[in-house]
Design a protein around this ligand. Sequence first.
Ligand SMILES: NC(=O)c1ccc[n+]([C@@H]2O[C@H](COP(=O)([O-])OP(=O)(O)OC[C@H]3O[C@@H](n4cnc5c(N)ncnc54)[C@H](O)[C@@H]3O)[C@@H](O)[C@H]2O)c1
Length: 330
Amino acid sequence: MKKLVCLYGTPSELVNGLNERAAEYAAEKELEYIWKPMQPFSEEAAVEALRGADAGIIDVEPYDKKIFSQINDSVKLLVRYGVGFDAVNLPDATEAGIAISRTTAANAEAVAEMAFAMIMGAKRQFVRNRNCVNEGKWVRNIGSEMHGATVGILGFGAIGSRLAKLFLGFDCRILVYDPYLPDEAAERAGVKKVDIDDIFRESDAVSVHVPYTKENHHIVNAERLALMKETAVIVCTARGNLVDEEALYEALKEERILGAGLDVFAKEPLPVTSPLIGLDNVILTPHVSAQTREALWNMYAKAIDIAAAFLNGEDIGRDLLNPEVLGKAK
Ligand SMILES: NC(=O)c1ccc[n+]([C@@H]2O[C@H](COP(=O)([O-])OP(=O)(O)OC[C@H]3O[C@@H](n4cnc5c(N)ncnc54)[C@H](O)[C@@H]3O)[C@@H](O)[C@H]2O)c1
C-alpha cells in the first residue's frame, strides 16, 4: 500500500477521533494513513516524518527546497490541509518534482460563517457590551442592522462567494473587488464588481478573502481605512499581513470606524503585548475560522481523495497548484 503521512493536528479527543476515521477512509482507497502530529514544528521533524512516504498532508508552516530536497526520493505530493498556500514555495516544489495541492473549498462554509459572525458581532458591539456587563456597568451601546446594508467583499472565491450568499439572505447590496472574477459570474451571483476603494467608501461591512501574496501585502492600509464610514466594520479571516495592524489599531482607537474582527495576524500566536488586545471594539480569535467539526472532516476527506487520485495517476484538476510539475515528476 502507498503511504500517506499526515502532519496536521494537535492531539485532542476530537482530532484523535477524526484521525481514526481518516485512517479507515484512506484504507478504503488503498492508502496506508500514518498520523505524525508535530509539536513543535521543525524542518528536521518534517523531513523525518515524511521520508519514505508517497504523499503528505501538511499544515500552515513554511515548506521550501530545504525540506523538498530531502524527501523527493519518495514523496510525490504534498496536500495543504486547508486552502491558503502562501507558506509553500511552489517553484521550489516544482524544481524538486513534488506536486502541491490544497483542500479547495473544503472549509469555505466554516470560514464564511465565521466572517458573518464577526461582522454581526462587531456591528452589535459584542466585546464592548460584554465588558460593560463584566464591569457592572449597564450601558447599552447602540448597534446597527445588517439588513439591507452594503457588504464589501475582497476576493470572490470559495469563501467570499459563500459569504455573499449569506448576506443576500439579508437583502444586502454586495460589492465585490476581485480582478479575476468574470463580469458574467458576478452578475449570476447577484453581486456588483467595483474598484477596491469603492468597497471601503461605500460598505457598511468589509470582509477580506484574498490569498496572501506580495502584491496583496497590507491591501487594507491606512489610506483605505480612512475611506470607511464611521459606522462600518472590517473583518479579516484570510491571512495576517493583508491588514496593516498598526493602521487598524489607530482607526479603532480613534473610533474612526465602529469595529473590527481579526482571526489571523502578522505574527501568530498574536503577542500578548499587541495593543489590539486592549481595545473593546475588536473581536480577536486564534486562527479558528476553519475549526469546525464539519470543516475538519471535509479537509481530511478531501486531502485523502486528492492523494488517492494523484497517486493513481488521475488528473486532480484545479486542486493541483503547480501543474508544471507534471512534466518533471519522477
Ligand atoms: N482563517 C482561516 O482559518 C482560513 C481558512 C481558510 C482560508 N483562509 C484564507 O482565505 C483565503 C481565501 O480562501 P478561498 O477558499 O476563498 O480561496 P479561493 O482561492 O477560492 O479564492 C480567492 C479569491 O481571491 C481572488 N483574488 C486573488 N488575488 C486577488 C486580489 N489581489 N484582489 C482581489 N481578489 C483577489 C481570486 O480571484 C479568488 O476568487 C485563502 O487564501 C486563505 O489564506 C483562512
